[in-house]
Write a protein that binds this ligand. Sequence first.
Ligand code: NAI
Ligand code: MG
Length: 333
Amino acid sequence: MHKITLIPGDGIGPEITDAVKSIIAASGVDVLWDVQEVGQKALQIYGNPLPDVAIESIKANKIALKGPVTTQIGKGFKSINVTLRQTFDLYANIRPVKSLPGVKTPFSDVDMVIFRENTEDLYAGIENVINEDRVEAIKVITRKASRRIAEKAFEYARQNNRKKVTAVHKANIMKKSDGLFLEETRRTADKYSDIAYDELIVDNTCMKLVQQPEKFDVIVTENLYGDIISDLCAGLVGGLGVVPGMNVGEDYMIFEAVHGSAPDIAGKNIANPLALLMSSVEMLKVIGETRAANSIQTAIYKLLEDGKHLTPDLGGSATTSEMTQELCRLVAN
Ligand code: NAI
Ligand code: MG
C-alpha cells in the first residue's frame, strides 16, 4: 500500500484527478490517497489557499500527485505552485515532450526532455514598487541552483542514453545572471564528456523549436524560459493535454501536468486527463510499480492509436469520463 498526497486543485483539477485515481485503481496498484484541498476550496474551508495540513501531508508522504491550482493575475495571493516548489525545494521541473501515435501534428519525431530550474529567477517573487510609475522585479540566479539543475539534466542524459544537452539562455543581454547560469552548465558539461553540449539563446531556440524540434534532446534552462518553452513544446506534440511533468527535489516529489486549471473548460467533462495520467506513470515508476506504469503507458498508446475515445483538444468528441472508462478497460485487460 502506497500513501500518496492527492491535491485535486482548481478548475479541471477534480475531473482529471478523479480520472487518474480510477485508472490507477484499475491497474491494481494499492494506493491510499491522502486527499488535501489546496487552492480556492482550501481558501473557503481554511481561509488559506495553502493550509498547513496540506504541507504536513506532503512532508509525511514525501510524494504528491497534484491537479492544477489557479493563480490570479496581477493580484491575490502568491502563486501556490511557486510556494510549494520553494517550500519543498523541488529544484528540478522535468517535462518530457514526445510525439504520440495518432495525434496529428506537423512533426512525428519530437522526443525531448526539458529541465527547468524551479526555485529562483524572476519567480523569486521579489517585486518592488518604487513609486506609482515604476516597479522593479529582481531576477535571482545562484551558482548552487544553476549547478544542481545542470547536474540533474546531465545525469538524466547519461542514465537515459540521451546524446546532447542544450543550455537555453539570454546571456548576451543578462550577461551576469545568465552568465553565471552558463558558467555552471559549462562546468557540468566538462564532467560529462560522453554527452554533447551546446548553448542557444532563448529567442533563437523558439524559432528552431518550431522549425526542427527533432534536433533537440535534453534542454536545461532557467525558470521563466523553461515555463514559456514548455508550453511551446506542448504545442508541437498535441497540446497541453498530453505533456506530463514532475517537480523533483532531494527529499520530495510532486507530479503534475504542465497545464493549468483551464477555467474555460472546467466542469464540462471534456478535459483531457492524459497529461496528469502520464505524470502519474512517472510516479508509479518512482514508487516501484513498474508493471502498472507500463500497462497504463501501453493503454495510453492504444487509446491514441485507436482514436475513438479522444477528448476535443485531440480532435475527438469523447468526454473525460468516456476516455477514462476506455483507459480503465484497456488497463484492466
Ligand atoms: P491553462 O494551461 O489552464 O490553459 C491553456 C489552454 O489549454 C486553455 O484553452 C485550456 O482549455 C487548454 N487546456 C489546458 N489543459 C487542458 C487539458 N488537460 N485538456 C484540454 N485542454 C486543456 O493555462 P491558463 O489559462 O493560462 O491558466 C489558467 C490558470 O491555471 C491560471 O490561474 C494559472 O495561473 C494556472 N496554472 C496553474 C498551473 C499549475 O497548477 N501547475 C500551471 C499553469 C497555469
Ligand atoms: Mg506554465
